[in-house]
Write a protein that binds this ligand. Structure first.
Ligand SMILES: [Zn+2]
Length: 433
C-alpha cells in the first residue's frame, strides 16, 4: 500500500501501459506509475485522489513501456557509419575498420562518438546498452553526464590503453548499488584472443564478479579457423578456456552446432541476437528458435552502427522476427517473445533482471513512451504487434532513465544536439587526410 501522506518524486499517468511485469505482453489501460527518486514504488490502476507527488506526468494517447535494452553494441563506431558498406565481415574489418581505428582512436574520438551514439539511443527509446570498445572510462564519463545506463566492457586486446588500468578505474568508481554504469570485460572473439587471454579474462571476471561479452561463431570462416587451430567449435573452445556461463554474453552465435546449443543451454550461457548486422555482413541467420526451445536466454543487439547502420531496436525487432519466420516457416514466434528480447529477456542476458526490463515495483524507473498519433500505429488492432512490426522509433517522444527525464516532447533535456553534429562532422573530415 502506498503511504497517503508521503510526497513522491513523480507520478506517471498512462493511458496505455505495457509493463512486461508478467512477461505476457498485455497492454493495460488507465494505469499509474509512482516513482521515488530512481525506483518504481507502485504500478497499478489510477487512484482517486492521486498520490501526492512533486511532478505529475500525463501521457495521454501514448503507449508506455520499459526502456529498451541493447545487449550488444560498439557505440563510438557511429563515427564510421556508412564506410565499407559493400564488404563482408573479414574485408570490412581488415580493409576499413582496423586501419581507421589505428589512426583515429583517442579519448576525444571516443567522447564525440559516444555523445553522438547516446543521442541516437535516447531518440530510439534505448535506456541500457552493453558496449564493447576502447577508452571505456571516457565512455563512462559521457554516460554519467547524459544519465543513461551502460555495461561498459573493457577490451582485453586494446592497444590504445592498458586494460588493467581501465578495468581498475571502472571497478573502483562504478558498479555499486544504485549506479548506472557497470564494468564488464570484452574479449573480441575466439580467433583474435589467444587461449591464455581467454583464461585470464575468465579469472578476472570471477575475481571482480563482472560479466564478459564476446563475439562467438559469427561466420563460417571463424568456425573452420577455430576447428583448424584447436580441433573444436568456438563454443567448445570457449568452454575449455572457462569463458562460459550465465555471466558470459555470447554475441551473434550464427553458426552453432546441436552440441554448441546444448552446451550453452546446460551452462545457462545467454545469447545476443544481432540480425541486421548478421545480414549486412552476410554472416548468416542465427538459430534463435532452436536456442529458445532449449531454454537459452536471448536478447537483441544492434551491434555497432558501422555494421547496421543504426542503433534502433524497433527496426531490429521487425527484421529479427521476420528473418526467423523466413528461416522457420513451420514454426511461430510471438510478438511478446520478440519484445521481451529488448526488455525482460535482455535484462536477463545482462544479469540485471532484478532491476530493469520491466515496469515493476522495486525496479529502476527506466521508462519510455510512444506517441500513438502516427499513421503506422492505426488502427489499434494490437498495440504489442504494432510495437514489434510497425513502430520505427520516431514515435518515442519521452524517455526516463533511473528516475530522471532525459527526453520530453521529443526534446533531449540539457543537450545541444547541433554542437555534437558539428563535432562529428569535424572528426570525419580527418579520417582519410
Ligand atoms: Zn560486435
Amino acid at each position: 500500500m502506498l503511504n497517503k501522506e508521503k510526497e513522491f518524486s513523480k507520478v506517471i499517468l498512462c493511458e496505455y501501459l505495457l509493463s512486461m511485469e508478467g512477461e505476457d505482453g498485455k497492454v493495460k489501460q488507465n494505469q499509474m506509475i509512482v516513482i521515488e527518486k530512481n525506483k518504481i514504488q507502485f504500478v497499478g490502476p489510477v487512484s482517486n485522489p492521486l498520490p501526492k507527488a512533486k511532478e505529475v506526468i500525463r501521457l495521454n494517447n501514448h503507449l508506455v513501456c520499459p526502456g529498451l535494452i541493447n545487449t550488444h553494441t560498439h557505440l563510438p563506431m557511429v563515427l564510421f557509419r556508412g564506410l565499407g558498406d559493400h564488404l563482408t565481415l573479414k574485408g570490412w574489418l581488415e580493409e576499413i575498420i582496423f586501419p581507421l581505428e589505428k589512426k583515429m582512436i583517442n579519448p576525444d574520438f571516443i567522447r564525440v562518438g559516444t555523445e553522438l551514439a547516446l543521442l541516437e539511443l535516447i531518440k530510439n527509446g534505448i535506456t541500457t546498452v552493453c558496449d564493447m570498445y576502447f577508452h571505456t572510462p571516457v565512455m563512462a564519463e559521457v554516460f554519467e553526464s547524459y544519465g543513461l545506463r551502460g555495461l561498459l566492457a573493457v577490451d582485453m586486446l586494446s592497444s590504445f590503453s592498458d586494460w588493467k588500468e581501465d578495468l581498475d578505474s571502472l571497478c573502483n568508481q562504478y558498479g555499486k548499488e544504485n549506479q548506472r554504469v557497470y564494468p564488464a570485460i570484452a574479449c573480441h572473439a575466439p580467433y583474435t584472443c589467444e587461449p591464455d587471454l581467454l583464461k585470464l579474462s575468465a579469472e578476472e571476471s570471477e575475481k571482480r564478479k563482472i560479466p564478459i561479452a564476446i563475439h562467438v561463431a559469427e561466420t563460417e570462416w571463424e568456425v573452420s579457423e577455430i576447428k583448424k587451430r584447436y580441433g573444436k567449435t568456438p563454443v567448445a573452445h570457449l568452454k575449455d578456456c572457462g569463458v562460459i556461463g550465465p555471466h558470459c554474453v555470447f554475441v551473434h552465435c550464427v553458426h552453432l552446432s546441436e552440441d554448441d546449443i546444448n552446451i550453452m543451454a546446460e551452462t545457462n550461457t545467454p545469447l545476443s541476437y544481432n540480425p541486421e548486422s548478421n545480414m549486412k555482413l552476410s554472416s548468416g541467420v542465427a538459430p534463435i528458435l532452436k536456442a529458445l526451445e532449449k531454454g537459452i536466454v536471448v536478447g537483441m543487439g544492434t551491434d555497432g552502427a558501422a555494421s547496421n547502420n543504426d542503433l534502433n531496436l524497433f527496426t531490429e525487432m521487425d527484421t529479427g522476427a521476420k528473418l526467423q519466420k523466413l528461416k522457420n516457416p513451420d514454426k511461430t514466434i510471438e510478438a511478446k517473445d520478440i519484445f521481451s528480447m529488448v526488455t525482460s529477456s535482455a535484462a536477463k542476458v545482462l544479469g540485471l533482471s532484478h532491476r530493469i526490463g520491466k515496469i515493476q515495483t522495486g525496479f529502476f524507473a527506466d521508462i519510455i513512451a510512444l506517441d500513438l498519433n502516427h499513421p503506422n500505429l492505426y488502427p489499434r488492432n494490437n498495440l504489442l504487434n504494432h510495437l514489434v512490426y510497425s513502430a520505427s522509433g520516431r514515435e518515442v517522444d519521452f524517455l526516463m532513465c533511473h528516475g530522471k527525464v532525459l527526453m520530453k516532447d521529443s526534446e533531449i533535456q540539457g543537450v545541444d544536439e547541433f554542437r555534437i553534429y558539428a563535432e562529428a562532422e569535424l572528426m570525419r573530415k580527418t579520417f582519410f587526410q
